[in-house]
Design a protein around this ligand. Structure first.
Ligand code: G1P
Ligand code: ZN
Length: 542
């Protein structure tokens, strides 16, 4: 029954931190997905008879690759596959299912916030038994294997019906189609005071949640509208579509502009939120206010104790290096350990497993806690709602109070997308070479006091990650960080992170763009962005 198929290596590029992401047409080449899947199975160890979780964000190719994965899992000796109904599993829900059912690991099919469709992106990521993304030593091994792979195994069986809950057999292996929403809702009910949120909503508090035609639709309909009693229509774009309705399922000012317009328009709801393709990112808005992800992380850390799941306080907080220092102020004031990690969620996993942190976050709209091992968009929404239900203040009032207490970190990220890779690398290399000469340099009235390249020694497993971003620190406490994206599928993206702190006494109350104008100019002077890339302005500002 098992078929052994001869193949040839295919990878032209090392998979990034988020697994293998490529255009759909690349994945459609014969044996392409199979090669990656077999490379995973070849290196992850002894899973004979064990459980594998499979699901994706519903984008184009999701179903086909799920069927392929099921057949190959059977041929490779898994005992059971758990798959979300319709092939749908959000990334945080997959993490939950892996943990809850003691699975060996999981395969999550997604390209996160990247667009979907026949001409767009697809991806496969392997998560380990703790529910989190595979660490670098595993992804490196998968990559090494994919360079020499010469065969894969599969079984010749018909497609599994993914629309019916229940169990079937594929060769010797059991396939269970499960409803992941139920498990996820149970987890959220343990963490948050659903009664308090229900009362808030019953009192007329209005929410708008934009699921962006991506994976959170079914979860949000169930939780916000059915469990918490928000009126139908609270969740918009709630049906997952293979091409996300032709949009980028990326919850930011550009791609969620309708939500922004609504929240800054007449008769705005009290709370607006959105999530991305695979449900791990979040966007938080109040009436006339956008809460930056860095500020949201800080506000959640400062108020988490108001939710039952965190009533005992936090063990620590963690942020990625380019994320603003807003949460540092909270950690300092509350006496919490603070960890600064490289970009990418996988670095938080060890800290969470070792009970060194409870809440983690990134400037790129990812926030989460030790309830799973992925960032979790709806979790952030529900924690905000729980806090709002207890404090009975508006989002704007909560943030004003936060800044008055902890100070404010003005923050923005400027992305230069679609650059020629060589030009982007040249920019970084030149700046890296210039780092030792920068301290003392004056730019737009700002003096550089420190310039270095971030590296991280993992306190749990002792691994060292180098080249994690170039940092320029200024006398005023302002900071600029330069790094290249590791998640793109074509060309290079330069990310420039800009930040300036104003203490509680010196609150500026300025527009972010005004507060950061000198830093923006200094960034170009120091790194030669226009000189290297020809670009006069960023593609996206978040
Ligand atoms: C981006 C974000 C990073 C996030 C990752 C996966 O990576 O910046 O914070 O963890 O996507 O969602 P980048 O493209 O910058 O390498
Ligand atoms: Zn995502």
């Amino acid at each position: 029954m098992t078929l052994t198929i001869t193949t040839t290596p295919f990878l032209d590029q090392k998979p990034g931190t988020s697994g293998l992401r490529k255009k759909v047409r690349v994945f459609q080449q014969p044996h392409y997905a199979e090669n990656f899947l077999q490379s995973v199975f070849d290196v992850i160890g002894d899973f004979g008879g064990q459980t594998l979780v499979v699901g994706g964000d519903g984008r184009y190719l999701n179903r086909e690759v799920i069927q392929t994965t099921i057949r190959m899992a059977a041929a490779n000796g898994f005992g059971r596959v758990l798959v979300g109904i319709g092939g749908i599993l959000s990334t945080p829900a997959a993490s939950n299912v892996i943990r809850k059912y003691g699975a060996f690991g999981g395969l999550i099919l997604s390209a996160s916030h990247n667009p979907g469709g026949v001409d767009e992106d697809f991806g496969i990521k392997y998560n380990i038994g703790n529910g989190g993304p595979a660490p670098e030593k595993i992804t490196d091994a998968i990559y090494a294997r994919s360079m020499i792979i010469d065969q894969y195994v599969t079984v010749d069986t018909p497609d599994v019906d993914l629309e019916q809950l229940g169990e079937t057999k594929v060769a010797e292996m059991t396939v269970a189609v499960i409803d992941p929403v139920t498990d996820y809702v149970k987890l959220m009910e343990q963490l948050f005071d659903f009664d308090a949120i229900r009362k808030l909503i019953a009192g007329g508090f209005r929410i708008r949640f934009d699921a962006m035609h991506a994976v959170t639709g079914p979860y949000a309909h169930q939780i916000l509208e059915r469990c918490l009693g928000a009126p139908a229509g609270t969740v918009v774009n709630g049906t997952p579509l293979p091409d996300f309705g032709g949009h980028h399922p990326d919850p930011n000012m550009v791609h969620a502009h309708e939500l922004f317009a609504r929240m800054f328009g007449a008769d705005a709801p009290d709370f607006g939120a959105a999530s991305d393709g695979d449900g791990d990112r979040n966007l938080i808005l109040g009436r006339n206010i956008f809460v930056t992800p860095s500020d949201s992380l800080a506000a959640l850390a400062a108020n988490a104790h108001l939710a039952p799941g965190y009533a005992g306080g936090l063990k620590g907080v963690a942020r990625s290096m380019p994320t603003s220092g807003a949460v540092d102020q909270v950690a300092h004031a509350l006496g919490l350990p603070l960890h600064e990690t490289p970009t990418g969620w996988k670095f938080f996993g060890n800290l969470l497993d070792a009970n060194m942190a409870t809440i983690c976050g990134e400037e790129s709209a990812g926030t989460g806690s030790d309830h799973v091992r992925e960032k979790d968009g709806l979790w952030a929404v529900l924690l905000w709602l729980n806090i709002l239900a207890v404090r009975r203040q508006s989002v704007a009032e909560i943030m004003a109070g936060h800044w008055a207490r902890f100070g404010r970190n003005y923050y923005a990220r400027h992305d230069y997308e679609g650059l020629e890779s060589a030009a982007a690398e040249q920019l970084i290399n030149e700046l890296r070479a210039a780092l030792p000469t920068l301290p003392g340099r004056k730019m737009k009235g700002l003096t550089v006091v420190k310039a270095d390249e971030f590296e991280y020694l993992d306190p749990v497993d002792g691994s060292l990650s180098r080249n994690q971003g170039l940092r320029l620190l200024f006398e005023s406490g302002a900071r600029i960080v330069f790094r290249l994206s590791g998640t793109g599928t074509s060309g290079a993206t330069l990310r420039v992170y800009l930040e300036r702190f104003e203490g509680p006494d010196g609150i500026l109350n300025a527009e972010t763009s005004v507060a950061l104008a000198d830093l923006v100019a200094a960034a170009d002077d120091l790194a030669g962005i226009t000189r290297h890339t020809g670009r006069k302005s960023p593609t996206v500002i978040t």
